[in-house]
Ligand binder design. Structure first.
Ligand SMILES: Nc1ncnc2c1ncn2[C@@H]1O[C@H](COP(=O)(O)OP(=O)(O)O)[C@@H](O)[C@H]1O
Ligand SMILES: [Mg+2]
Length: 512
């Protein structure tokens, strides 16, 4: 049975068409991926279904009957549940209170918390959704918060569950657990719509895939009949290189030297221990590590956002250990921050303002902003870095994640830097944008810039970096030119690679 059918759904924001005559069918009991780049219209389409938006044109059929869903309450009554990208939980309430809010079981006119907890426990056991039933939201991990959101939807007896990019906030281990839950939900007869821009996930979890691009349906395919390459082509609209093409570069003099830096935390704990890194012109040095092992602190120390406890940082032969961020920039440091929303952008500023952020001096004369120069420069950056927007006067928070990241990268790479500190440069962005960002980083290497690439993506490090250092508990535990993925994985987890295995790995590298 077709449990949902979209027929000619069009949703506009002003003149902008976010969903363009969408036809889409979801079968009962399937896991259906909605795949598309950032900004393709995936969330908008689901918001139409969930009654958050009213489409201008088209019809939605639910269980083969035309249906007007004009608010989320109605959607929930009809058996729909949505797990939003940004959770909608109340921090101060417990997990159980959040799950039952508005639907509390009553006993003598009072909320029957015992019964509520039992009901939650039962659903959570059924679907492997472990939550502490009596803990406040503010005290639990993001992964557990997501499980609360799922429980909330199931408690309301949803038959159709919509997940909007659920893995973006999860660790690889939590992703596996979520996938187990999804398979159990499917086995229990539920229908699942899974929004993502990740090819691997789509291949792994779905029965069918519908690809959206620029508000239009490009096609629906059976997962078993397709490949990542085909899906990437449908998503981006052209052939996409899933692997990077790296040329040799001539490495030159040292540009950045991190000399024996250490950092002590609030409780006298060592966050960074005697770190030494040197990066030459035309070289990409990678930092691999499981998040939380000092890479953020290292990034902040080099960027000048945090003071080192001891050691020195030298940029182009000048000691910048104690220099403020502005001076570091003037000396040729560019920084693509790991947290683009906190450090990279001012979301409420226009794109133009964001582009000249930190570089205002170059566009000021006698205290006045040179508006024509700014416009010209911003137009160039937006074009060159393929930031999809309506105008440079849009605010940054109206851009999709991938476009925000291209904006930050455009700003940082357009100032002719000597050294680029690139932290998680492709976090949360889609395939087309990843390819674009990788090519731009390689272009910088070709132009003889020195680059430090801090990344949680092993594939990214292995394909871009000339050398990789592994960081574990604030310490560089290994540095080499060549690693296998397995070897990196072990070292990142703080495990020494046993001697025999090491030999075997080395043989394998030589034979590759
Ligand atoms: N409330 C809104 N007002 C104006 N434009 C919006 C709004 N919501 C989304 N858009 C625009 O519609 C397009 C599709 O957005 P969205 O559905 O969020 O994409 P996706 O979920 O595929 O990343 C984007 O270009 C986005 O900027
Ligand atoms: Mg979205």
């Amino acid at each position: 049975m077709n449990i949902i059918e979209f027929k000619g759904i069009t949703k506009k924001f002003g003149d902008f068409i976010a969903n363009d005559k969408i036809d889409l069918t979801i079968k009962k009991g399937e896991i259906h991926c909605l795949l598309g780049e950032n900004g393709a219209g995936k969330t908008t389409l689901m918001n139409n279904l969930f009654g958050l938006y009213n489409p201008e044109e088209g019809e939605i059929f639910l269980r083969e009957k035309p249906c007007k869903i004009d608010n989320p309450h109605k959607a929930i009554e009809l058996g729909l549940g949505m797990i939003h990208q940004h959770f909608m939980l109340i921090d101060r309430l417990t997990t159980t209170e959040n799950i039952i809010v508005g639907e509390e079981p009553l006993k003598n006119g009072l909320v029957d918390m015992k019964k509520a907890r039992e009901q939650v426990k039962q659903i959570s056991d059924n679907y492997h959704l472990a939550v502490k039933t009596n803990e406040k939201i503010e005290n639990i991990s993001v992964g557990e918060q997501q499980r609360v959101e799922i429980l909330k939807v199931l408690y309301r007896k949803a038959e159709i569950l919509i997940f909007d990019e659920p893995t973006a906030v999860l660790t690889p281990q939590e992703v596996n657990n979520l996938f187990t839950t999804l398979r159990e939900l499917k086995a229990g007869g539920k229908t699942i719509i899974f929004i993502t821009h990740k090819l691997e996930e789509t291949m792994n979890i779905s029965d069918r895939v519908t690809v959206l691009r620029k508000g239009k349906v490009i096609g629906t395919v059976n997962t078993c009949d397709t490949s990542p390459k085909e899906l990437a082509r449908m998503m981006v609209g052209r052939e996409v290189l899933l692997n990077v093409n790296k040329e040799k570069s001539d490495v030159g003099d040292n540009v950045l030297e991190v000399k024996d830096i250490s950092l002590t935390g609030k409780h006298k704990n060592l966050l960074l221990k005697n770190i030494n890194i040197s990066i030459r012109k035309g070289e990409i040095v990678g930092i691999a590590g499981v998040s939380g092992n000092g890479q953020l602190e290292l990034e902040e120390c080099i960027a000048g956002l945090r003071k080192v406890t001891s050691g020195k940082i030298i940029l182009d032969s000048e000691d910048i250990t104690h220099a403020p961020t502005g001076i570091r920039r003037k000396r040729g440091l560019s920084h693509i921050p790991s947290d683009r929303l906190k450090r990279g952008l001012v979301p409420s500023y226009s794109l133009a303002k964001n582009i000249i952020l930190g570089n205002q001096d170059s566009f000021t004369k006698n205290g006045f902003l040179l508006q024509n120069d700014i416009n010209k420069y911003c137009k160039e950056v937006l074009e060159k870095f393929d930031v999809r927007c309506q105008s440079m006067n849009d605010t940054a928070n109206n851009l999709s994640g991938g476009n925000q990241q291209k904006l930050v990268i455009g700003r940082e790479l357009s100032t002719d830097p000597k050294f680029i500190l690139a932290a998680q440069p492709t976090r949360g962005v889609d395939v087309g944008a990843i390819e674009f960002i990788h090519n731009n980083i390689l272009e910088m290497r070709k132009q003889n810039k020195a680059i430090l690439l801090i990344s949680a993506e092993l594939e990214e490090l292995l394909s871009l970096a000339d050398r990789i250092l592994v960081i574990y508990e604030g310490e560089i535990v290994s540095k080499k030119n060549n690693y296998t993925k397995e070897e990196l994985g072990l070292l990142m987890a703080g495990k020494k690679v046993p001697e025999e295995e090491k030999k075997e790995l080395e043989n394998r590298i030589q034979n590759d």
